[in-house]
Design a protein. Sequence first.
Length: 95
Amino acid sequence: MTTSENPTNRPVAEIRDGVLKIAIFTNPKKDGEGVRFSHKLTRSYRDANGNWRETAYLSGSENLRAANLMILAYNKELELKAVAKEAAADNGAEQ
């Protein structure tokens, strides 16, 4: 099980387009300096019993929407990195 699939590691952001969802996770870097980002793209569906499930499999018509979600996730990651960098600079200025 990877860290991003660990139930205790909650996504820092989620972006949806209908039944498609991309979750953005942060995990500490091995050297302890900062975090790395990972993304998990899923499609929700109802099983035969009517329960909601998630899968990584997409239909052909969902590929373009998934690509757009990936672009949005990348932009959100850049935003989160900028906020973290600004916070680190503010903390350095306070000391």
